[in-house]
Design a protein around this ligand. Structure first.
Ligand SMILES: O=C(NCCc1nnc(-c2ccc3[nH]cnc3c2)[nH]1)c1cc(-c2ccc(F)cc2)cc(O)c1O
Ligand SMILES: [Mg+2]
Length: 214
């Protein structure tokens, strides 16, 4: 039977990346996507912006919405201090199966909890079921029409505190117009746009960083 793109991406990681070395896993995936097949990872250009936001936030508790193959999961986890943890939500079981193997190959599995299910169902369970108080950083990279409802849901569930950072991928391409309008006009957020490009292309895209003001 035909392999899927995530399966071929995992194959490249297991063939070329050094076990336990997150940077080599990231490099291998970026090379695969540039030289073999495009895939919807945040990529190396936007990935550098993600790295700088993670390091300046120095988060203890991180939520990622949309794991896909685990590229940004590995990128974020490799920058976290030892006791910090990253919860990543993935809806698609085939993506989740691949992501678990990429995360383990990179050796960051002890900092990561991958949960399968819909963000709308799982976010209200974060406190009771996952022992979360509030998130210091949320990376939004899932379905683009879920960014706004899930942000409102996180507010309602008390998962954001004064100073919590939301970092959203793809605010230009594919685009999240309702989310952008909300975070840029709400008095409860201070927003900043980081202009970049759609992963592995020359198409404009960018990340929106929004600080929750409480
Ligand atoms: O769709 C994207 N990303 C979303 C995947 C996903 N992976 N997981 C989910 C999920 C959806 C509900 C969920 N509920 C709970 N977890 C969930 C996870 N969604 C995406 C698409 C593009 C893209 C750009 C230009 C094109 F021509 C084609 C494509 C670029 C990107 O950087 C993306 O992130
Ligand atoms: Mg994305």
């Amino acid at each position: 039977t035909q392999s899927t793109r995530p399966q071929r991406l995992l194959g490249a990681v297991q063939k070329k990346a050094t076990r336990g070395n997150p940077r080599s896993v990231i490099q291998t995936i970026d090379q695969f996507c540039r030289q073999r097949e495009w895939a919807m990872n945040v990529g190396d250009e936007k990935g550098c912006i993600l790295d700088s936001v993670v390091t300046e936030t120095n988060p203890t508790t991180v939520l990622e919405l949309g794991t896909y193959c685990g590229y940004s999961t590995v990128r974020i986890a490799s920058l976290l201090p030892p006791q910090a943890r990253l919860i990543t939500l993935e809806f698609n079981p085939d993506f989740a199966r691949i992501a678990r193997q990429v995360i383990t190959w990179a050796g960051v599995q002890d900092k990561v909890e991958l949960v399968e299910g819909a963000s709308g169902d799982l976010i209200p369970k974060m406190k009771a079921q996952f022992g979360v108080n509030t998130f210091d950083l949320v990376f939004l990279d899932h379905w683009k029409d879920r960014y706004l409802p899930d942000t409102k849901l996180m507010e309602e569930c008390g998962l954001l505190k004064k100073g919590s950072i939301l970092l959203a991928d793809n605010v230009i391409c594919p685009g999240t117009p309702d989310y952008l309008e909300y975070v840029r006009n709400s008095p409860r957020y201070q927003s900043q746009y980081f202009k970049s490009h759609l992963e592995y292309t020359k198409v404009e895209d960018g990340l929106e960083k929004s600080v929750f003001l409480g």
